[in-house]
Design a protein around this ligand. Structure first.
Ligand code: FAD
Ligand code: 2HG
Ligand code: ZN
Length: 520
């Protein structure tokens, strides 16, 4: 039975203990690309060497092809091997292609021309945004042409009445956020990679991130898309309407299609008003059961102002402190939760949060905590959670699993993986978007080992499937996870997906070797 809420005076003193702790150090996060080398300074091995994958019979880029593109878009054709290097390697330094050509179109018409040409010539193409993807989908596997949206970075329109933003696909998420904030709005999504990722990449991966609990998935906030299909034809579904039931909702097919069905060139997206009052509480909990109960109580007591509920275990805290030198005002707990509230009335929100925190402390759900109401301290607290991905890179090699699980069983997978791997892994840790039922299980080692990977996979996927979970909650399947799709989708669904692929891209030139499992 829940403990009684203490009287107002007692509540105030418990709350005061939480409230006045000093904040952590550190800066807010933006995904800086890591070094070009893998753990230990070794060059990232070619994907085609590490994985059993065969090049499909696409044409190879010829001098004539390069000359064609140079005439078409002078100064925006990259063939210099040094310049190409960072675009051939993923952010995690885990896969590497050997593309000899990158194209940087500025307009939809140019993307259309490029794809028409590649389609005719049977040249494979890898669409690339900010190259922050975590499943090996953003870089070529072999010598696919990299079609980068780096220069497609114009805002087309923003309507202050409706909050609808229309922009080119290569706009960097953080730039969009900054522009919107000047107008009193925010982007409906936010992620640790915001400083580098492009909105087109976000849509192509159906990125989730830190605001999904509040604003929902991109499947709801994206109102329209402009997409260039594999044969170069332009599909204009760039509607800016909240409601539109005229036939099939084609844009949904491209959201989360990871560059395999078309190249997204422009996005229309519904942006919410910037909340006037934001608060962040960072709490220590003694068990995962307490984390779950804190969520239940938080949801009930905070109601509509709850905008994020994230969790991390003590290992995550240890790594952000060790490698990024962040300091935390809350320490010594096996679990931590970050709770954000956003609303329009600070007095109302603070009172609600205060009541919730009193309840959480009085009933022993949280044993330690801090609260931030000013922007700087809020950012500092968020950094403890957002920068875990970056901290992990310092461990050497990172095996990432991004699964959706029933909430009650979310952390069991981390415990099971830890027990299975023993000293075979340096760290086995869990964190994620608890409010969305999304666990990020990360396993680190000094360097890549096939044996360790085999000990983890398919174990993690089988475990996830056994409790009805999804093997990819938000990062997609890309190159690294595509063979595991069947753990979450029936064969019939996979075969319908193959039929869509064949219809939109009959020659298979768009992001080959990605997302769909290779045929048996
Ligand atoms: P890229 O990495 O360049 O590409 C990703 C995929 O999309 C590839 O398959 C590519 O071919 C395709 N693609 C890119 N642009 C286009 C286009 N215009 N048209 C068609 N296909 C395209 N992800 C989350 O979901 N939630 C998180 O909280 C989150 N946090 C992250 C934190 C860090 C530090 C890092 C490094 C990554 C994080 N990610 C997260 C993963 C990644 O940032 C997202 O998947 C992001 O949406 C990718 O955007 P991008 O522009 O970098 O795309
Ligand atoms: C996050 O939520 C990202 O921080 C990255 O989705 C997760 O690195 C990861 O495993
Ligand atoms: Zn995430």
């Amino acid at each position: 039975m829940r403990m009684a809420v203490p009287c107002a005076a007692a509540r105030r003193s418990a709350w005061a203990r939480l409230r006045w702790r000093p904040g952590p150090g550190g800066r807010s996060v933006a995904a800086a690309p890591g070094p070009l080398r893998a753990a230990g300074g070794r060059e990232v091995p070619l994907t085609s060497r590490r994985y059993p994958v065969q090049r499909l019979p696409f044409s190879r880029v010829s001098r004539g092809d390069v000359a064609f593109f140079e005439r078409m878009m002078p100064g925006r054709v990259v063939t210099d091997p040094e310049e190409l290097k960072p675009f051939n390697v993923d952010w995690l330094r885990s896969v590497r292609g050997c593309s000899k050509l990158m194209l940087k179109p500025q307009t939809t018409a140019e993307v259309s021309q490029i794809l028409r040409y590649c389609h005719e010539r049977n040249l494979a193409v890898n669409p690339q945004g900010g190259n922050t993807g975590l499943v090996g989908g953003s870089v070529p596997v072999f010598d696919e042409i990299i079609l980068s949206t780096l220069l497609m970075n114009k805002i087309i329109s923003f309507d202050k009445v409706s909050g609808i933003l229309v922009c080119q696909a290569g706009c960097i998420l953080e730039r969009l956020s900054e522009c919107l904030e000047e107008q009193g709005f925010v982007m409906p999504l936010d992620l640790g990679a915001k400083g580098s990722c492009h909105i087109g990449g976000n849509v192509a991966t159906n990125a989730g991130g830190l605001r999904l609990l509040r604003y929902g998935s991109l499947r709801g906030t994206v109102l329209g898309l402009e997409v260039v299909l594999a044969d170069g034809s332009v599909l204009d579904c760039l509607a800016s309407l909240r409601k539109d039931n005229t036939g099939y909702d084609l844009k949904q097919l491209f959201i989360g299609s990871e560059g395999t069905l078309g190249v997204i060139t422009a996005v229309s997206i519904l942006c919410p008003q910037k909340p006037k009052a934001v608060n962040v509480a960072f709490l220590g909990c003694q068990s995962f059961a307490k984390v779950l109960e804190t969520f239940t109580v938080g949801r009930a007591m905070l109601g509509e102002i709850l905008s994020a509920f994230e969790f991390m275990d003590e290992k995550c805290m240890e790594l952000v402190q060790r490698y990024l030198k962040l300091s935390s005002p809350v320490a010594g707990s096996p679990f931590y939760v970050l709770i954000e509230t956003s609303g329009s009335n600070s007095t109302h929100d603070e009172e609600k949060l205060s009541n919730f925190l009193e309840e959480a402390t009085a009933s022993g759900l949280a044993t330690d905590g801090t609260v931030a109401t000013d922007e700087r301290r809020i950012k500092e607290l968020w950094a403890l959670r957002e920068r875990i991905t970056e901290a992990l890179m310092h461990e050497g090699c990172v095996y990432k699993y991004d699964v959706a699980l029933p909430l009650g069983r979310l952390y069991e997978l981390v415990t099971a993986a830890r027990a299975r791997l023993g000293p075979g892994a340096s760290s086995v840790l869990g964190y994620g978007h608890l409010g969305d039922g999304n666990l990020h299980l990360n396993i680190t080692a000094e360097s890549y080992s096939r044996a360790l990977q085999d000990a983890i996979e398919p174990f993690v996927y089988e475990w996830t499937a056994s409790c009805g979970g999804s093997v990819s909650a938000e990062h997609g399947l890309g190159f690294k996870k595509k063979q595991f799709m069947h753990y979450s989708k029936p064969q019939q669904a996979i075969s319908v997906m193959r039929r869509f692929k064949a219809m939109f891209d009959p020659k298979g030139i768009l992001n080959p070797y990605k997302t769909l499992p290779s045929s048996p």
